[in-house]
Design a protein around this ligand. Structure first.
Ligand SMILES: Cc1cc2nc3c(=O)[nH]c(=O)nc-3n(C[C@H](O)[C@H](O)[C@H](O)COP(=O)(O)OP(=O)(O)OC[C@H]3O[C@@H](n4cnc5c(N)ncnc54)[C@H](O)[C@@H]3O)c2cc1C
Length: 465
């Protein structure tokens, strides 16, 4: 990629073009996971769809490796690449609400904090994850699991349409009525199919939620996990709770006696009244009274931002994932063994429930195949100190190897590192993989978009089913 070509690009590109010698380069190549350090040849900060088209065409004509960056949160660092072109969408930020239709149009570079801020003023919310700094782009295209999954489905179940720039530079709309094969594929198939510059979501009337964590001593973890596995599959859809092993942070609101203690917990989110929530959770409180709880009515964006201060950008991250169809007593025993050995303050293990509204769609209705799973498990080694990189990685891998035999086979693509291997991706998409490969062959036959959990283009042989 010569300087001359980049100069030509500048004539038709409105946003910033950042090269290694530029002052803003070091800052611009950083991603959320500080374990990732990649050095692209060019970062194209698009300000609109026209810039994204220009960048895609430039990348193709120059035969460059290309990555698409939304919120930059991907733990595998899939928003950035070495020696190639980063199509950075972070400047494409807008959230337009249609209160009457209860729909929200979101720019491809928004974070969920941008969306929550805008929708909350209208008493609405779009189902997303559990941390507000995550990008809308990557989270949505991978599926989207969070506090509202049981009530409203995955984020993709609330996606109505997307504006997509394809590998050949064409702009298309993907929806149930336009390019419906592409619409099927982007609902779980990640960034494999094009650059999404705009998302249209269905929003839900969610304003104040009764939410927050309850914590118990690790000695009670087996009882709590067994209670939880029964409760969460039978509970009303309006309540969600994810299970966690954690180390109590040394600060408010946690009492000093618990600081640095390894505990287990459930982080709740209920969209009804406090009275109803307390009635539903009373059996749990009587069964094992929490050592600490911070459960109260709060604005939904407050819950979404509750862990942002703990998980700031720039930490070292390594994670491993699985889907679970059951949580057996043997698996619980292994979880407790490894969960009690959390290597650092930030390391954790979460079990996100997948049922309720998430089970309305069938396994082949969208690319996201694991509609029959009950949980998405993620084992997360995290620490600010790069010297602890190997320790957190080894802990997460050992834990995962011990519990993986009790999993359903695949794992959530958004909870994978880079290079987990094609087998793992195939195991995740199961019998949706062949259709995804075929749609990839139609829309991106040369695998131009390959910095992702990659689906290889593969046209189906003539005559095969
Ligand atoms: C702290 C933390 C908490 C998280 N919590 C949750 C959670 O609760 N629920 C959940 O489901 N996931 C969660 N995730 C995982 C998250 O969904 C993925 O890391 C996701 O890839 C992040 O999206 P991003 O846009 O920020 O990532 P980026 O690093 O910017 O992009 C990742 C990949 O997504 C694709 N991509 C991103 N934007 C676009 C776009 N506009 N068009 C086309 N492709 C695009 C590209 O392939 C890119 O390589 C969490 C991650 C972290 C680090």
């Amino acid at each position: 990629m010569s300087a001359q070509f980049i100069d030509q690009l500048r004539t038709s590109f409105r946003g910033e073009l950042i090269e290694p010698a530029d002052q803003r380069y070091e800052e611009s190549r950083k991603v959320y996971n500080a374990m990732i350090s990649r050095k692209p040849r060019l970062i194209a900060k698009c300000v609109d769809a026209a810039d994204a088209i220009t960048a895609v065409n430039f990348g193709r004509q120059q035969n460059l490796k290309v990555s698409i960056r939304g919120g930059g949160h991907n733990a595998g660092g899939l928003g950035i690449c070495d020696d190639g072109l980063v199509i950075d969408l972070s400047q494409i930020k807008y959230v337009h609400i249609d209160p009457a239709a209860q729909t929200v149009r979101v720019g491809g570079g928004c974070t969920w904090a941008d969306v929550d801020h805008a929708t909350h003023a209208f008493g609405l919310a779009v189902p997303s994850g559990i941390i507000s700094t995550t990008g809308v782009g990557g989270l949505t295209l991978g599926g989207g699991l969070g506090h509202l999954t049981r009530k409203c489905g995955l984020t993709i179940d609330n996606l109505l349409a997307a504006d997509v720039i394809l590998a050949d530079g064409r702009f298309v709309v993907a929806s149930a009525t336009e390019n419906s094969d592409l619409f099927w594929a982007i609902r779980g198939g990640g960034g494999n199919f094009g650059v999404v510059t705009s998302f249209l979501f269905k929003a839900h009337p969610v304003h104040t939620v009764c939410a927050g964590p309850m914590l118990w001593e690790i000695e009670h973890a087996a009882d709590i996990m067994k209670w939880y596995r029964e409760f969460i599959v039978n509970a009303p859809q309006e309540i969600s709770g994810f299970f966690a092993f954690l180390t109590v942070p040394p600060g408010p609101p946690f009492p000093e006696a618990l600081h640095f203690k390894k505990m287990c917990g459930i982080v709740w989110c209920y969209t009804g009244s406090l009275e109803e929530a307390n009635k539903m959770l009373e059996p749990l409180r009587s069964f094992r009274r929490p050592a600490f709880e911070f459960f109260a009515p709060m604005p939904y964006p407050m819950l979404q931002g509750m862990f942002d201060g703990l998980y700031v950008p720039g930490l070292q991250w390594y994670w491993k994932a699985d889907f679970l169809k059951e949580l057996s007593d043997e698996a619980i025993a292994l979880h407790i063994k490894h969960g009690a050995q959390l290597p650092t303050l930030h390391s954790t293990m979460h079990l996100y429930p997948i049922n309720g509204a998430a089970h309305k769609a069938g396994s082949n209705d969208t690319a996201w195949s694991y509609r029959d799973a009950l949980w998405s498990e993620v084992i997360v080694g995290v620490d600010p100190d790069p010297a602890n990189k190997d320790r957190i990685t080894a802990w997460a891998r050992n834990y995962w190897e011990a519990v993986h035999p009790y999993g359903a086979g695949g794992g959530y693509v958004n909870f994978m590192m880079e290079g987990e291997g094609e087998d793992r991706i195939r195991a995740t998409y199961r019998n949706n993989y062949a259709r995804l490969a075929e749609i990839k062959a139609k829309y991106d036959p040369d695998n131009f978009f390959r910095v992702n959990q990659n689906i290889r283009p593969e046209a189906r042989a003539k005559g095969s089913a």
